[in-house]
Design a binder for this molecule. Sequence first.
Ligand SMILES: [Zn+2]
Length: 259
Amino acid sequence: MKITDRVYCRIGEQGTSNIGWILGDEYCTVVDTAMTPEETRQDLQAVGETTDKDIRFLINTHYHPDHTFGNMHFSEIIGHSFCYEKLKEMTPFYMEDAKNAQNKERFQEFFIKLPTLTFKERVTIHAEPDIEIIHQGGHTPGSAVVYIPEEKVLFSGDLLFAGYHPYMGDADINQWITALHALLSLEFKAIIPGHGEVCDKEEIKRHITYLQAFLDTMRDLKKKYSKETLLEKPYLLDLPQLGNEERIRRNIDAQYHKI
Ligand SMILES: [Zn+2]
């Protein structure tokens, strides 16, 4: 999908992860990969249909498998230092999982490639147009967004799940809310979220409301209910109707003792 003359994205079906690419004057930069090497190969074909230029960089917005399991197809990968460390730590587990995956042919010849260039706060690729990669945290400690000021486009990574319940498995919700407020101060026309359809600032506001409600309600419910009870009755959180409802249980499980 074309967002501007220089920015494209591929929106994942049924809320699976999104990817994007930016056409620079001399080379192309890709943002995130699909969940498998095979799907990433298809994405690379789609990129090739929009440009003759080579891909020089892949950016990982964070370490989660549905954004990094196609890394093996790229040579230079930029990621936050936490993304590098965590992906390295998880590699044995992920390789084991991939071997045992139900349709393991999707992971043939699969290996996990780590970021080759890391940063801590922010880094800019002077690709004409400039591509700013800014650390935010929240969804994961190393989560970053990719901002192209000249094109007024933002790739939010998993700070946004447009139309879906956000995944909070290793999230710091307070930091996430702070990050979303920071994004509101940037100037842009379109956001490509980590999951879900292309959106705008309204989606950021909806996420702030959602995350704040999750925090407040969870704090109250914890006074009356055990984690086990909430896992049995996730509807007590009274969250809005969104896709991937099963995530509410996983989020309760991950966040109950953190809040
Ligand atoms: Zn994620």
